[in-house]
Write a protein that binds this ligand. Structure first.
Ligand code: CU
Length: 248
């Protein structure tokens, strides 16, 4: 099987990601407001919020006056509410705008107002971190051999849900500083192989980074060759892995 490109999103992973984004944030679009009728003025409404968010809006109307009042908005109307009693209306308003409300009872046409409904502000997430240009897969496969001429290199690594973007996937042997940033929302690790003192390739482990977090990891490549990297959490299931070429 051909190795997946670093940016490829497996269908399963993509679906899970979209599902996560579609889930509403807590409290968003679910609003409860209170309307007082009859107090401080018998033929006025007092509303607890001047503007609310689009979505499901629950309105509790409390009659603190001395006569019955009703409350009507977007075609939904309470029954007449006796003094001291309350009623609740739940309405769905999907478009931002200014919506009139009023009492429908005889002689109460002055008892009216408007409710301003606004769109929620866009939720800022770590996924808005600009993605850098990716290097793709290495085009060379250096043989396993000693490092004759060590060079210090810096490689930028971005984690996304679910893959890696490396600023370069081919670099010289020597000390490599990986500047790692999790640009996704899920937690990830960047775990890359190098050659151990006993001469075998082994993973170095990687710090778990939450969405938006960064870390710097310094790895010394004492031999040339190809080396694997992976997310220890999603490496197998979501093919969140790849390889680098370390040249002499
Ligand atoms: Cu991961």
């Amino acid at each position: 099987m051909a190795r997946r490109a670093a940016l490829a999103l497996p269908a399963l992973a993509a679906a899970a990601y979209l599902g996560f984004l579609a889930a509403p944030a807590s409290g968003r679009g679910l609003t409860t407001i209170t309307v007082v009728a009859g107090k401080p003025s018998e033929y006025r409404f007092t509303v607890s919020a001047t503007s609310v968010l689009t979505g499901s809006i629950t309105i509790k109307i409390v009659n603190r006056g001395k006569v019955k009042h009703s409350f009507s908005i977007v075609g939904e109307t309470t029954p007449p509410i006796a003094p001291g009693k309350s009623a609740t209306l739940t309405v769905a308003i999907v478009d931002a705008g200014t919506y009139p409300f009023f009492s429908t009872l005889k002689g109460q046409s002055s008892m009216r107002g408007t409710l301003k409904v606004v769109e929620p502000a866009p939720k800022s997430t770590s996924s808005t971190i600009p993605l850098q240009q990716g290097a793709g897969e290495p085009t060379v496969a250096p043989p396993d051999g000693p490092c004759a001429n060590p060079v210090a290199t810096t490689v930028k690594v971005q984690m996304i849900d679910f893959g890696f973007i490396l600023s370069q996937t081919t670099f010289p042997c020597g000390t490599v500083t990986f500047q790692i940033q999790n640009a996704g929302q899920a937690a990830h690790t960047f775990d890359i192989q190098s050659t151990t003192p006993s001469g075998i390739k082994a993973f170095n482990g990687g710090k778990t980074l939450l969405g938006g977090e960064t870390d710097t990891e310094v790895i010394t490549f004492s031999r040339t060759g190809t080396f694997q990297y992976q997310c220890d959490i999603h490496g197998q299931e979501f093919s969140m892995n790849g390889q680098v070429a370390v040249t002499g």
